[in-house]
Write a new protein. Structure first.
Length: 162
């Protein structure tokens, strides 16, 4: 198990290092490959300037234990001035035949998902992105307490080339 994780991490570093417009790339490991509904995953955004434009991505690494064809997320960007922008997001995770959409490496599927495009961070100071899972069973009103099969949640910023 540790060997697979090591190999996957090395492959991830190789693929990430190939992009010269990458500004920030962070991952948070989910304990026991589970994402509890009350667990907030947060990323500090602090390596950006106020002039450039950026594309923002969410990266989800799931295992084959992930049981759904999509994922719902609640995202919040906290601005330095205290303003908060919250969005509900839905991403497809599997094709209609049940096969996962992302790239698979050793039983882990990596999904690079568009979050926001051509963003400018015009305020000085640190921004914070917060993510919560909001997946629920078909027909259920309440969300799942625990979402299984989520190994890591990542956030990537890429500078837009003029």
């Amino acid at each position: 198990m540790k060997q697979k994780l090591f190999i996957f991490s090395i492959l991830g570093l190789i693929f990430c290092s190939c992009s010269n417009n990458q500004v920030q790339d962070q991952y948070k490991v989910m304990p026991n490959k589970q994402w509890h509904k009350d667990s907030i995953v947060s990323f500090k955004i602090n390596e950006v300037d106020s002039i450039s434009k950026y594309n923002l991505f969410l990266n989800i690494r799931n295992t084959t234990d992930y049981e759904f064809s999509n994922i719902y997320l609640i995202s919040s960007i906290n601005f330095p001035n205290g303003k908060v922008v919250t969005d509900t997001l839905e991403y497809e995770m599997a094709n209609s035949d049940g096969s996962f959409i992302g790239k698979e490496f050793g039983g882990v599927i990596e999904n690079k998902l568009w979050y926001k495009e051509n963003v400018q961070f015009t305020e000085e100071g640190d921004y914070v992105l917060e993510l919560k899972q909001a997946v629920r069973e078909n027909g259920a009103i309440d969300g799942l307490n625990t979402l299984n099969g989520i190994q890591e949640i990542g956030f990537r910023i890429e500078k837009v080339n003029p």
